[in-house]
Design a protein around this ligand. Structure first.
Ligand code: F3S
Length: 404
């Protein structure tokens, strides 16, 4: 691999053992993917997992004297002080999170604890080279903004933040940003939940041999920021779809010629209203009692918090309601009087936290509802069981205590 003067000096230890180690790890990744050189990154985001492996890795780098050249934002972990009040937090889990946060702070990370950094705090520009981990975040950055990132691990994104470099391969190269399959949407796609179902079902219907879907037939007027975030998150639940495009909506797909090599997809499939019904039945058909709702995977925007606040205004919840969002959005909600409406109804806005953390002991055995197939999928390992519905249906379910 060809290295610049700065990179050679970093490799040789001029900037400390930690930076040298981080660069060597990135070079190893680059070698595995055939990268010819390392390129500068100007933004980074790390999906810190709050797990032992991640902690071990960042502690090694810190002990070796590493510090971030490009300050990265970080994904949510969990607010252990808040959750200690409502559930049993294992002493080991608490130790891991306290040490993780402390190490990230000392390495120079920006402790946003938010999984939608592309809306606030860490917004890349078109064409900017970044290093984003987080399955939903990397897809949004590539697809909707048109910045360039590979789907990094927390560890490789941290190495990029420390060195300021990433190996040039994959989604950083023009030739890898073209679509391979055209998704001809015949279904009626109107709501945010329709986009979630579309993302969920497309990843199943297109099969594992394709991973760069380009959608046609979607009305630009329905493509809100939230809808585009949700379709990408659901497409990439399994981490295999680095980017999607929507003709006439996302910036690298104004025409078929932009979206595909020579304007030609390798394969075409249709998504019909029958497919959407199948998707709905697969993840939503169960009915019955509802004890709690967990919404905000990924974190809710202020627009969605506002919708929810207006739905519960002046009413009392029968089940428990947990809304996950960023601290910035919670501050806004407070200032706008939305937090009061939600808390008066008996709901909670939770910040700095991820649904997939060891915080749900008190809900085990109950019946939950969520708007996010990703939340339902990830939390099976936490022994939580969810029905998936649109946000208005979730809210009606916790207001009445049941779903039909
Ligand atoms: Fe965010 Fe955690 Fe879901 S990071 S997208 S709340 S799994």
């Amino acid at each position: 691999m060809i290295l610049t003067k700065d990179q050679k000096e970093m490799y040789d230890g001029k900037f400390g053992e930690g930076a040298s180690k981080a660069l060597k790890i990135l070079m190893g990744i680059g070698k595995a993917f055939g990268a010819k050189r390392m390129v500068e990154v100007s933004k980074a985001h790390i999906s810190l997992s709050n797990q032992e492996g991640d902690l071990w890795f960042v502690e090694q780098l810190y002990k070796a004297g590493a510090h971030c050249r490009v300050a990265p934002t970080v994904n949510p972990a969990y607010d252990y002080e808040y959750f200690s009040k409502i559930t049993d937090i294992d002493g080991h889990d608490k130790d891991v999170i306290v040490r993780t946060i402390d190490t990230y702070r000392k390495l120079g990370a920006i402790l946003t604890f938010d999984c939608t950094p592309f809306f606030e705090q860490n917004v890349p520009r078109f064409g900017e080279i970044c290093s984003f981990s987080a399955s939903g975040g990397s897809v949004y950055v590539n697809s909707v903004i048109g910045a360039r990132t590979n789907r990094e691990a927390a560890q490789s994104a941290m190495c990029s933040a420390i060195t300021g470099y990433t190996p040039e391969y994959g989604m950083l190269l023009d030739e890898n940003r073209k679509g391979d399959i055209l998704i001809d949407v015949k279904a009626d796609i109107k709501t945010q939940f329709d986009y979630e179902l579309l993302g969920y079902y497309t990843s199943i219907k297109m099969g594992p041999e394709y991973n760069m879907p380009v959608f046609s037939g979607i009305d630009k007027a329905t493509a809100s920021d939230e809808a585009l975030m949700d379709i990408g998150t659901q497409l990439n639940i399994h981490g295999v779809v680095p980017m999607f495009q929507i003709l006439g909506v996302t910036p690298e797909a104004n025409t078929m010629k932009d979206a595909f090599v020579d304007g030609n997809p390798k394969h075409v499939i249709e998504i019909t209203n029958e497919d959407m019904e199948k998707a709905y039945n697969q993840i939503s058909r169960r009915t019955g009692k509802v004890d709690f709702a967990i919404l905000g995977c990924p974190h809710l925007t202020i627009n969605t918090v506002k919708e929810i606040a207006n739905m519960v205004d002046g009413r009392k919840l029968v089940g428990e309601l947990y809304l996950f969002t960023s601290s910035t959005t919670k501050d806004l909600a407070d200032r706008m009087g939305l937090l009061k409406k939600i808390e008066d109804a008996g709901g909670h806005i939770i910040i700095n936290s991820c649904v997939d953390q060891p915080i749900w002991g008190h809900l085990k055995g109950g019946s939950g509802v969520t708007e996010s197939p990703k939340c339902a999928y990830y939390t099976t390992r936490r022994d939580l069981e969810f029905k998936v519905r649109s946000i208005p249906e979730c809210i009606e379910a916790v207001l009445s205590g049941e779903i039909r």
